[in-house]
Each structure stands twice: as structure tokens, then as C-alpha cells.
Write a protein that binds this ligand. Structure first.
Ligand code: LLP
Length: 386
């Protein structure tokens, strides 16, 4: 829901662009903070969801840490105010250069996904005279019941270490002189709306901890990853995800030793709803059964619909017409998958109308490309309170 005043600012801004509502972002962060502070849990914002420096600065100002998946994300997070002591670094394919960047910055923890990776970190840390804190990213074999493209915790997923191999890996890791094993890490998927996979994750984590105890090990850090979903269908009714219910559920089901710290890595839930992509209708045209609205944004600007078949609520901000029509809303890219929605009901739409693609704050701007040599869309905050 946008005010007329805001829409007139949109009218005067070259399209396509990303608009971020920092007031909503701040409210979301306050809600998240309240939910985790209740139990003394820690949040590392998943930078991959949106690495816009303005957004990162706002998030870091709440004292949260950062979850990074590349050397560049590590550097950017630190530059935007996240203390290195609160940075975690995950990823199945960390390059030597990226590991060195993270070691130089003395980040809090590497979330490690294979034994070979840990051997390389050990070697590089030894070369630099450092000790690296690591957590084992275990693949818990849990179906998060989400889009198959972002369901990461299944047994044969490329992510993490199969939980059946944990004991073996632990035995090797504790012998490495420049590695300090401090925790377990999990991440079961993204856009998860069903609480059950999280309950199962707690049970799996409890089992793994028990196994470790039987080996005489107790690890101080448990990281349950991110994944909490947002309401893409009703962004105005549900602008802030229900962090509290999820965190309460975790607290109820996770066995937490008194000296243990619990971590989360929310990305989407923090930033999705505060971002909107604004485009303009270039042309409309009719085919035999279809009416097209061709907008000036393409999948290079917002790839989620083309890549995952994802839904974004779409609104025409320029008309209050009661006459509606079904449109295929498509972009200008020379590929037939450059489609945002098919048969989508909008008021009668014409050239020049402003079109809003809602809930685009997560995995929107950051996944943009310059395909067809198109320019990157700019981002605007319109001088709101930051
Ligand atoms: N931690 C790890 C290890 C992850 O791999 C991810 C996301 C997160 C945390 C944050 O998950 P979130 O809280 O945002 O669900 N581009 C896709 C989503 C990919 C998610 C990748 N990993 C999309 O647009 O839906």
C-alpha cells in the first residue's frame, strides 16, 4: 500500500528501480530482536538475501551478526558495520582466496561443508599462524516442504555433511592443530512456512548433540540457519513474519545446555517485505487468447519468477479503474521465460502505468544481472528515517 505522495515520487524516478521502506525494515528488525532477546539467541543476517550497503548498515546497527557465503560478502559485511567477531562464513565451495580473506579478518566461525574443506582451512590457517573456529554444517535429511529449488536439507543435497558421517568427521577434525571445532550448523531450506520441519530439526540437533556427548564432546554453538518464509500473497496484511512463534517453538524443542549459544541466519524474513521493484508499462498488446503488458523490467532485474516460478504480488499504481483484465506481465528480454506472471488480473493497464512487484526485498536486487547489456536497476530509500 503506497501513499499518493510516494507514488508521485515514483512517477519522477526513472524505472525500473528498487524501493525500500526503511520504516518497515526497522520495525521488522525490532520484532526480530525482541523475539530472540527473550532467550538470548543470536542472529547472523544472511547477506545473500540483500547486500545493498544501506540495508546492511541498518541491520548491523541492531547488533546482529552476518552470515556470508563468499569472501566479498565477508568484506562487505565488515565494511557495513558487522563486527568480524559476529561473522559466519558458509558455502560448499569456499576458494582458498576466500578462506584467506576470512582468516585475515578473524571471523567468528567457518560453517564447513566437507572434510576436504576443513583440511584446506587447517592448512591455510597454519600457514598464517592462526586457528580457525569451525562449525560442522550437517545435512539433517529433513524435507522443509518448500519449493524444490530451495529445499536444501534433503539427504542427498549438495550442502553440508551427511549426518551419518558426523562421527567420522569429528574424529578427524579434533586432531587438526589449527582448527577449533566450536559448533554444529544446519540450514534446511528457504521460504519455510510449516513449523514442523523446524521441530524435526531440533530433534535431529538433539540427537547429534547426544552422539557428540557420547564421544566426550560438548560444543558451545548451535546454529539452526535461516529459512523462515514470508507471505508473498498478502504483504500488506502480513508485513512482518512471525519470528516469535518460530523462536518459541525452537526454545520448546531444542535441548540447550546452559553454556550453549543458539544462532539463526535469517535473510528473506528480514528484508523481503520492505522491498518493491517498480517498473513502467512500455506497451500492451493482444494475441489470440492473451493480453500482454510489457514492462521495462526483465528477469535480469528480478529473476525469482523465471527461475523458481515464484509469485510476487503485482499492482498497477497509476489507475483506480474498476475495469479489470487478465494480463501476461512480461519483460523486454529476448527469452520466452521473461515472464513475471500469466493471466494476472489488473485494472485496465496502459502504456506509462507504474507497476509494483511486491515483496522483492530478498533475492531481488542482489540476483540482478546485466543480461542483454541492460543497466542495473538503482535503489531508492526516499530519505526516510534510517
Ligand atoms: N543460511 C544458509 C546456509 C543459507 O544457504 C541460506 C539461504 C540462509 C541462511 C538464508 O535463508 P533465508 O532465511 O533467506 O531463507 N534465491 C532463493 C533463495 C535461496 C536461499 C539460499 N540459502 C529465492 O529467491 O527464493
Amino acid at each position: 500500500m503506497f501513499s499518493q505522495e510516494l507514488i508521485s515520487k515514483f512517477e519522477n524516478t526513472p524505472t525500473p528501480f528498487y524501493y525500500y521502506d526503511t520504516e518497515l525494515l526497522n520495525k521488522t528488525l525490532q520484532t526480530l530482536k525482541k523475539a530472540v532477546d527473550k532467550y538470548g539467541y543470536f542472529v547472523h543476517y544472511a547477506v545473500k538475501a540483500n547486500a545493498n550497503p544501506e540495508i546492511l548498515k541498518i541491520i548491523s546497527s541492531y547488533g546482529f551478526g552476518a552470515d556470508c557465503v563468499s569472501g566479498n560478502e565477508v568484506s562487505m559485511a565488515i565494511k557495513c558495520g558487522f563486527p568480524a567477531s559476529k561473522v559466519v562464513f558458509a558455502g560448499v565451495g569456499k576458494s582458498d582466496a576466500e578462506i584467506i580473506t576470512a582468516l585475515k579478518n578473524e571471523i567468528f566461525c567457518f560453517n564447513c561443508e566437507s572434510i576436504q574443506e576443513i583440511e584446506v582451512i587447517n592448512q591455510l590457517a597454519s600457514n598464517m599462524g592462526k586457528t580457525a573456529n569451525i562449525a560442522l554444517r550437517l545435512n539433517p535429511g529433513i524435507d522443509a516442504h518448500t519449493n524444490k529449488c530451495i529445499n536444501t536439507g534433503l539427504e542427498d543435497s549438495k550442502f553440508g555433511i551427511n549426518f551419518n558421517l558426523m562421527e567420522d568427521v569429528v574424529k578427524q577434525v579434533v586432531k587438526m592443530s589449527n582448527i577449533k571445532l566450536i559448533g554444529l550448523h544446519f540450514h534446511i531450506g528457504s521460504q519455510i512456512l510449516d513449523p514442523e520441519p523446524y521441530r524435526l530439526l531440533c530433534i535431529r540437533s538433539n540427537e547429534m548433540q547426544q552422539k557428540l556427548e557420547s564421544m566426550g564432546l560438548s560444543l558451545p554453538e548451535i546454529n539452526l540457519g535461516g529459512g523462515l518464509g514470508v507471505d508473498y500473497y498478502n504483504p500488506d496484511q502480513n508485513p512482518i513474519p512471525d519470528f516469535e512463534s518460530l523462536i518459541d517453538l525452537i526454545n520448546k524443542n531444542l535441548i540447550q545446555k546452559s553454556e550453549q549459544r543458539v544462532h539463526f541466519e535469517f535473510g528473506r524474513a528480514v528484508v523481503a517485505q520492505c522491498g518493491t521493484m517498480i517498473a513502467r508499462v512500455l506497451y500492451t498488446k493482444k494475441a489470440s487468447k492473451t493480453t500482454f503488458a510489457i514492462v521495462d523490467a526483465g528477469f535480469n532485474d528480478l529473476v525469482r519468477p523465471a527461475l523458481y516460478g515464484s509469485y510476487h504480488k503485482i499492482e498497477n499504481l497509476s489507475t483506480k479503474s474498476q475495469d479489470v483484465e487478465n494480463y501476461d506481465i512480461v519483460g523486454p528480454i529476448c527469452e520466452s521465460t521473461d515472464v513475471f506472471a500469466q493471466g494476472y488480473q489488473l485494472p485496465q493497464t496502459k502504456r506509462g502505468d507504474l507497476i509494483a512487484f511486491r515483496s522483492a526485498g530478498a533475492y531481488g536486487e542482489i540476483m540482478a544481472s546485466r543480461y542483454n547489456l541492460r543497466d542495473f536497476a538503482k535503489s531508492y530509500f526516499f530519505n526516510q528515517e534510517k
